[in-house]
Design a protein around this ligand. Structure first.
Ligand SMILES: N[C@@H](CCC(=O)N[C@@H](CS)C(=O)NCC(=O)O)C(=O)O
Length: 216
């Protein structure tokens, strides 16, 4: 099998998700960086891989590319079932996906780079307005995630039970992203506990933005 190639960017939280999944499964991969600030994700060569012009994309052979971080992680989980990132039982899988999607569908799409740039370019938002927008959407959903983690009996050392899952991957990536807008974890003790637990794992640490070949 040819080597996996991850097209990504050190600061991208969706790229972080895939790096964490690859690391948890101990999969070797080639790191190809695209500087989002320099719009390298909009270059023709990359648009041929992913017409959406977003990272990450995982190249699994010279012809096949998987895009969208959740689809990539579910693909990896099916092909490389060691260290499963989703439980087996349908109801448990649904809970893990549900927490993951609270981040992936209800926070990240409102706060990603192109949305923040659009707010600045088309709606006159300054730095304070952009930060306020980011904090609003991140905080609203973090409050709900914290409530779920505290109230639901399935929560364990991680979001679901005692092993890391897709939910932890998405949550930790968002915690790291939030720090760029000074959103700390003091109001979220359950999220803080799970974040610390994940950070005791070399797989998560190796996925951190600070530890990538293109880190600035
Ligand atoms: N739903 C996509 C979102 C991908 C995405 O928005 N990636 C961001 C980086 S975190 C990006 O490439 N932004 C470039 C841009 O906005 O131009 C996924 O989960 O992969």
């Amino acid at each position: 099998m040819s080597k996996l190639i991850l097209h990504n960017y050190f600061r991208s939280s969706t790229s972080f998700r895939v790096r964490a999944a690859l690391n948890l499964k101990c999969l070797d991969y080639q790191y190809v960086a695209y500087h989002l600030g320099k719009k390298q994700q909009r270059a023709d060569a990359y648009l041929r891989l992913n017409p959406q012009g977003l990272v990450p994309a995982l190249e699994i052979s010279s012809k096949k590319v998987v895009t969208q971080s959740l689809a990539i992680i579910e693909y990896l989980d099916e092909v490389y079932p060691q260290v499963p990132l989703l439980p087996k039982a349908p109801l448990e899988r649904a809970r893990v996906r549900s927490i993951a999607m609270m981040v992936a569908c209800d926070i990240h799409p409102l706060n990603n780079l192109r949305v923040l740039e659009h707010l600045r370019a088309e709606h006159g938002a300054d730095d304070d307005a952009v930060a306020s927008w980011f904090r609003h959407w991140a905080t609203e959903t973090f409050i709900a995630i914290e409530t779920r983690l505290v109230c639901e009996s399935e929560t364990g050392q991680y979001c679901h039970g005692d092993s890391p899952s897709l939910a932890d991957i998405c949550l930790v990536a968002q915690v790291v992203n939030n720090k760029r807008f000074d959103i700390g974890l003091d109001p979220y003790p359950a999220i803080a506990r799970i974040y610390d637990r994940c950070m005791s794992s070399a797989a998560f640490v190796a996925a951190m933005p600070a530890n990538q070949p293109d880190t600035e």
